[in-house]
Design a protein around this ligand. Sequence first.
Ligand code: B16
Ligand code: MG
Length: 216
Amino acid sequence: MKKGFVFDLDGVITDTAKFHYIAWKELGHELGIEIDLQFNEQLKGISRMDSLERILVHGGRENDFTAEQKEELAAKKNQHYVTLLQKLTPEDLLLGVKDFLDQAQALGIPCAIASASKNAPFILEKLGVIDEFDAIVDPATLTKGKPDPEIFVKACELIHVAPGDAIGFEDAQAGIQGIKGAGMYAVGVSTGEALDGADKIITHFTEITAKELSEL
Ligand code: B16
Ligand code: MG
């Protein structure tokens, strides 16, 4: 029996990738670095500073800024991103998510968020689902990003469930690797791209029930 659920945020609960894209593209434009949708895929699940580093390498500008300047660039992108997040409403929850979370709550299955995003609490507030979660891992407390299992292990600790008794939900390859590295069961949320190592793949949460997963 599975006793806990751990969710990634972007690409699983809601699609904030489009807002990250707009904000990074604008910053890239100011730096003379072209960012397209294909390159944006590489930024999914990657922390803010690691995303900036990848963008600078992509534009051949990795040696042009001090650590302090990079902090300023990342802060500028985040300011723009947070402005875009103001538009979020419960309508922006991905298909079937609200119902699935309600089912988990009714069954008494604790739910946690394991997102690289420092904006996760704000996003969950805007989506109207923050009360459905028993824990949100603070990414500032982590030493390593995904694909390291650390964030998933921490999420399990916070909801007092052994990783072997937990299910992780992820849309990014690095996240699936992290979930499997933690020793959890991995559900990949995919709209087409392959997610190697996932135990099960879904397109939407309407395809599964909390009860059937808890009985695995
Ligand atoms: P922030 P996830 C990730 O969310 C995004 O996929 C990634 O593009 C972003 O850079 C990262 O959060 C950090 O977000 O700038 O808000 O701290 O998929 O781990 O939920
Ligand atoms: Mg994600």
